[in-house]
Design a protein around this ligand. Structure first.
Ligand code: PEP
Ligand code: MN
Length: 348
């Protein structure tokens, strides 16, 4: 249920109504919009809850939230939200680019990639230190050593760092070194992990499970938001279908759909979404055209010898060329790719 306050409601009235919501045994989330403030009242309602709140001071209306997810829905927060960390921004008309290797492998590999992606216009560096591998015999990541290298790359380049967290046991450790916590596709429905990152003061990049529906995806985000962490980005990374020509099927219709349903920024992963280097730039460009709020792209100095996902990674030159094309499309649509705003001449 949403308690919609009058446009001229006072802070006192807002506080009073939030308190009344809590006294009814509901959670009160106060959302300050540009037009008006609303209070999302979340929890089990009694029969007379609506009437009892509607008569309160400064209340314009009390309306039910139709979507099963509440805090993630556009009904509660009509304006698009933006996630900001260091120079990285995603959402509300800005497309932020996250790029880097699938796995952190060495200092040289990570630092050279960080420098190259920054020069081409990325504002965040990705790199897995804890890797969720299909086989237990595959490289599992450098763990804390990898986190240290990410922190060193951030120190040198100023790029925001994005890395995956796989277990509730690692929350404090990973949060110590990183700017954005990535929840991988395999953990999208690990509800205790979602709650744990919901209690950390770091933005979260939540990847869609390979067989998750949109409602399941948004309800997973709701777990994080419900714990009080408002900085959630959704990431479409492709789903499992009968198709064999790609590793996963990357549905770009996710963008207009989610933009209608949620205020949260939507990031597209054309690397995992296709599984083939040659497809990545075209799908990145298409994602920008379809309104992506962010891209996450795997880039490696020597993809052929990468310890994971080399077959879908771009070399530095390929990434730079991809960024040029993305920028041309963004310019044509008057959208902004961060790192190289449309109005400025970019050197790369
Ligand atoms: C990754 O980003 O390297 C990764 C493992 O992604 P996903 O969880 O989407 O498979
Ligand atoms: Mn990968």
């Amino acid at each position: 249920m949403i308690v919609v306050m009058e446009t001229n409601a006072t802070q006192e009235q807002i506080d009073h109504m939030a308190e009344r919501v809590r006294n009814l045994g509901l959670k009160a989330n106060v959302i300050v919009g540009t037009q008006r403030t609303v209070i999302a009242a979340i929890g089990e309602k009694r029969e007379d809850t609506k009437e009892s709140l509607a008569s309160g001071p400064g209340v314009a209306d009390v309306v039910p939230i139709m979507a099963p997810y509440k805090m993630a829905s556009r009904e509660v927060r009509p304006e698009p939200s933006q996630v900001t960390v260091r120079d990285f921004r995603a959402g509300n008309g800005v497309c932020g680019v996250i790029a880097g290797p699938c796995s952190v492998e060495s200092e040289e590999q990570l630092l050279s990639t960080a420098r190259a992606v920054k020069a081409a216009g990325a504002t965040a560096l990705r790199g897995g230190a804890f890797k969720p591998r299909t086989s237990p015999y595959s490289f599992q990541g450098m763990k804390e050593e990898g986190l240290k290298l990410l922190a060193a790359a951030r120190e040198e380049t100023g790029l925001a760092v994005v890395t995956e967290i796989m277990s509730t046991d690692d929350v404090d450790l990973v949060a110590q070194y990183t700017d954005v916590l990535q929840i991988g596709a395999r953990n999208m429905q690990n509800y205790r992990l979602l709650e744990a990152v919901g209690n950390v003061d770091r933005p979260v990049l939540l990847k869609r499970g390979a067989s998750a529906t949109m409602d399941e995806f948004l309800l997973a985000a709701e777990y994080i938001l419900n714990e009080g962490n408002e900085n959630v980005m959704l990431c479409e990374r492709g789903i499992r279908t009968f198709e064999q020509h790609t590793r996963f099927t990357l549905p770009l219709a996710t963008l207009p759909y989610l933009h209608r349903r949620t205020h949260l920024p939507v990031v597209i992963d054309p690397s995992h979404g296709t599984g083939h280097t040659y497809m990545v730039p075209d799908m990145a460009v298409a994602a920008v055209a379809a309104g992506a709020d962010g891209l996450i792209v795997e880039v490696h100095p020597d993809p052929e010898n990468a310890m994971s996902d080399g077959y879908q990674s771009l070399e530095f030159g390929q990434f730079e060329a991809m960024m040029k094309k993305c920028r041309a499309v963004a310019d044509a649509l008057e959208r902004n790719i961060d790192g190289c705003p449309a109005s400025e001449t970019c050197t790369s």
